[in-house]
Write a protein that binds this ligand. Sequence first.
Ligand SMILES: [Zn+2]
Ligand SMILES: [Zn+2]
Ligand SMILES: [Zn+2]
Ligand SMILES: [Zn+2]
Length: 315
Amino acid sequence: MERDSFECLPSSDEIYEEEIHRHHQFSSAVKSRNNVVLPAVSPTTSVHELLECPVCTNSMFPPIYQCHNGHTLCSTCKTRVHNRCPTCRQELGDIRCLALEKVAESLDLPCKYGFLGCTEMFPYYGKLKHESQCNFRPYNCPYAGSECPVVGDIPFLVAHLRDDHKVDMHTGCTFNHRYVKSNPREVENATWMLTVFNCFGHYFCLHLEAFLLDMAPVYMGFLRFMGDEIEAQNFSYSLEVGANGRKLIWEGTPRSIRDSHKEVRDSHDGLIIQRNIALFFSGGDRKELKLRVTGRIWKEQQNPDGGVCIPNISS
Ligand SMILES: [Zn+2]
Ligand SMILES: [Zn+2]
Ligand SMILES: [Zn+2]
Ligand SMILES: [Zn+2]
């Protein structure tokens, strides 16, 4: 039985080495917004450490609690410790530590993605919100078909896709591949094939998926940009599939890998091929799917006024 496979028709495969980024350990500096030097409890205790919950080690946010002996802990941990101070085992009570809450308010802290390039400082209570949207926050692994927990920056993820997911890597902005699926009756909700393209100094993920759309089996091809949405808008791509004088063409804007492959699939933002058409394009006895997919990625003219527009055709 033939394995699902694809071949690159003009054999111009190039293997390129991608340096794995080693992230430097990042140590956060704490400074008061008014440049007031805050009194340290001991020479080794920074304010930042004081604001770290001794139980869960997360940053504490109001309400911050303390025991009769002054040991602090966060509100989440307080509900878990059955009214006993985890440090001194005394009864905990309901004492807020307003002084520490006030100290926190006066702090500016660096974004925790400083080691990835973010240089911004944030008031203590605005830091978490920023970090959830920081442009430097790591990306999730774009590999679909399994819930891969790996996160990192783009060079790291490219190396991870190549080495750990054995994804095929191609250099160039045009492609001409033949995708073969030995059992086209099987429609699993998964990525059937992922290929990574290196072009214009960026990386793009070409996904081919098989799934049921309103009970009908379809195949879908779409491109995702390995980078942020704003930068993805600078590119366009086309996908073409056909045979016997018929063809389907899709032109679109690659989606950022910040959007999960499922989000892109569910918004139908790509080339969708009905199974009957796909089998027609495959030729032969319709027992095997053989799709020849050609495509191109190009750069769009910069349009500074253009907003981000993401279609959701399905809704
Ligand atoms: Zn805690
Ligand atoms: Zn205590
Ligand atoms: Zn940031
Ligand atoms: Zn992964």
